[in-house]
Design a protein around this ligand. Structure first.
Ligand SMILES: Cc1cc2nc3c(=O)[nH]c(=O)nc-3n(C[C@H](O)[C@H](O)[C@H](O)COP(=O)(O)O)c2cc1C
Length: 348
């Protein structure tokens, strides 16, 4: 890991080279991507997602094995889970906490984090809560979160639906102001739409201590997304994604109503737009077709999960290169155009 160009409390607290966290992307960020990001100096959260025990065991163990006993790199490895799903099955969470290598942090998103956050806090494992509205903030802090991720609706994957969700550009500074007043020790990360150094610098200017990045790190050589999905994403612009529950219905996922999902608005999505009730009431044939499309990597019939920042992704390079480029560019922009070590702090 190279010496940090940007130093702040997030970088210092988690022993990072740059104020970036790899988002825990279900099924997309496994051991290989998490290990690469940890080696590059980012906080790396394996995509524990729905808490599938076998998947989490395999991918988390793969990351540990790739990091090969290097304590510096291992100190940046953690995992993320979906809270409402953990309430149904917490076996992967329990397995993780039984491992000899304590996770650097565990991120909880979507639903009440309280019960799981308490278990983590009792073990001195930092709790990261991803939230989408101001109303969720007190619950996350009461649960014991030491890091809050403010997720805007630009983000790839699940988030708050358009009716209730917030955009990153107004949500981050509003949370920053609230935390400065009520919980100044809490670290704040921005999520949703951050794919380059401009985005990271903007997020930090808005009061965040760093960024949680999903889509840009999905589009790297080490992610588990298929080559064909990555190539389609490369051709897409930010206009080409949308939010809805269509892909959740087609995958048989029973997400709470307030959350929906951003992905590329493909032929399959367009087919069901305006007919969601019809799809929900009789999904069997459509689900079968979706599963067959996914099996054949036919992305007219299966989905590709990326955020609006897909339009800023122009190559599939390694995660190390992506993290390095974002860090360098952000440092230059935050430093008035000169690359050099800078320290940032939350605006009071
Ligand atoms: C492919 C993909 C899968 C995701 N899966 C999860 C998940 O399992 N749990 C979670 O908390 N967030 C998940 N997210 C959302 C991220 O945590 C994060 O909020 C988002 O990626 C940030 O926006 P960006 O994609 O523009 O960087 C996912 C995002 C993507 C792109």
């Amino acid at each position: 890991m190279q010496k940090p160009l940007i130093t702040n409390r997030f970088v210092e607290r988690f022993n990072l080279s740059t104020p970036i966290a790899l988002a825990p992307m279900a099924l997309a960020n496994g051991g290989n991507l998490a290990a690469a990001c940890a080696r590059a100096g980012a906080l790396s959260l394996v995509g524990g997602g729905y808490g599938d025990l076998v998947w989490t065991q395999r991918e988390y163990s793969e990351a540990i094995s790739l990091l090969d006993g290097n304590q510096d790199n291992l100190s940046r490895l953690g995992c993320g889970f979906i809270s409402w799903k953990l309430a149904e099955d917490r076996s992967a969470f329990d397995w993780l906490l039984d491992q000899p290598q304590k996770p650097a942090a565990v991120m909880l998103s979507f639903g009440d984090p309280t019960a799981f956050a308490k278990i983590l806090s009792d073990l001195n494992i930092p709790v990261i809560c991803q939230i989408q509205t101001m109303a969720q903030l007190p619950q996350a802090l009461d649960a014991g979160a030491s890091v809050i991720v403010a997720q805007g609706t630009e983000a790839g994957g699940h988030g708050m639906n358009e009716r209730e969700g917030r955009n990153t550009f107004t949500f981050v500074p509003e949370i920053a102001d609230w935390l400065a007043k009520h919980s100044p020790q809490t670290i704040l990360l921005a999520a949703g739409g951050i794919a380059d150094g401009r985005g990271l610098a903007a997020a930090m200017t808005l009061g965040a201590d760093g960024a949680l990045i999903g889509s840009r790190l999905w589009a790297t050589t080490q992610s588990l997304a298929t080559e064909s999905a990555k190539n389609i994403a490369l051709q897409a612009s930010g206009d080409d994604t949308t939010r809805s529950s269509i892909f959740d219905i087609l995958r048989g996922k029973n997400w709470p109503e307030q959350f929906d999902f951003r992905a590329i608005r493909n032929k399959l999505h367009r087919k069901w737009e305006g007919r969601i009730d019809e799809l929900r009431s009789d999904p069997a044939a459509a689900m079968e077709d979706y599963a067959s499309g996914a099996g054949q990597e036919d992305y007219d019939r299966a989905h590709i999960t990326v955020g609006q920042d897909v339009g800023l992704i122009n190559d599939i390079s390694s995660a190390e290169e992506v993290i390095d480029n974002i860090g360098q560019e952000a440092a230059r922009l935050l430093n008035g155009g000169n690359t050099g070590k800078i320290a940032t702090r939350r605006l009071a």
